[in-house]
Design a protein around this ligand. Structure first.
Ligand SMILES: CC(C)(COP(=O)(O)OP(=O)(O)OC[C@H]1O[C@@H](n2cnc3c(N)ncnc32)[C@H](O)[C@@H]1OP(=O)(O)O)[C@@H](O)C(=O)NCCC(=O)NCCS
Length: 196
């Protein structure tokens, strides 16, 4: 028997402990390496996709542990953001949560994650489109997504959704993220609006 179709609905506080069911890890056969040219004010960065000898496996480090659940609960009580879950047969299989940043009229997307079992079925696109519709209706000028150079599948997804790479930070997680092979990338999806 085939599994029931996953449905997207608003998240409630009761859902938060159940986020732990989502297996959000990924495996990437390639990585984006950051090549640096020049120095000082004339520094340049270039991303080059390279095949790995062993695919990179995130394991369970994207999963929603108690700390992450507490962070989401706090944000949900405070920020007037967008909170969605994907449910299938009584189990949570996806999340999108996003916070408006009034100071620069953008929306910061904290998580867009699906369980391994429901990927490549158009649900990521559906969540993305929900967020775009929500942000557009409220008049924000852009959505911002963060991912990493070792998550090439997500980079390909964001590029496919029409996002543009807006920049990177080589010391976002540690003082030398290039050495650790995980550099933060920031993707923008621009919307037309009063401050576009
Ligand atoms: C990234 C993620 C949200 C994509 O969701 P998804 O439901 O699998 O994506 P969709 O099926 O909606 O695909 C939308 C488009 O992106 C493309 N795409 C999705 N995953 C891709 C991949 N791994 N490689 C290349 N393209 C990909 C699809 O081909 C599709 O394009 P099409 O409609 O023209 O065919 C999902 O893979 C995921 O949850 N990954 C683990 C967590 C994660 O990395 N989250 C993101 C950032 S931190």
């Amino acid at each position: 028997m085939s599994s029931p179709k996953p449905t997207i609905r608003p998240m409630t506080e009761h859902d938060i402990p159940r986020l732990a069911d989502i297996r959000a890890g990924f495996v990437s056969p390639t990585v984006l390496t950051v090549e640096i040219t020049g120095s000082g004010m004339e520094m340049g960065w270039r991303l080059v996709e390279r095949k790995l000898i062993e695919p990179y496996d995130k394991g369970n480090r994207y999963d929603f542990d108690r700390t992450e659940q507490a962070n989401i609960r706090t944000r949900m009580r405070q920020d007037g953001g967008l909170y969605l879950v994907v449910e299938q047969a009584g189990r949570l299989v996806g999340i999108l949560d996003a916070t408006p940043h009034e100071w620069n009229n953008t929306v910061w997307v904290w998580n867009l994650m699906l369980d391994k079992s429901v990927r490549r079925q158009g649900i990521g696109r559906a969540l993305f489109c929900h967020a775009v519709g929500w942000a557009r209706k409220l008049g924000y000028r852009a959505l911002v997504f963060e991912t990493q150079t070792n998550n090439v599948p997500a980079c390909k997804f964001y590029a496919r959704m029409g996002c543009q790479l807006d920049g990177l930070r080589t010391s976002h997680y540690t003082n030398n993220d290039r050495r650790h092979g995980e550099v933060a990338l920031f993707w923008m999806y621009r919307l037309s609006g009063p401050h576009a």
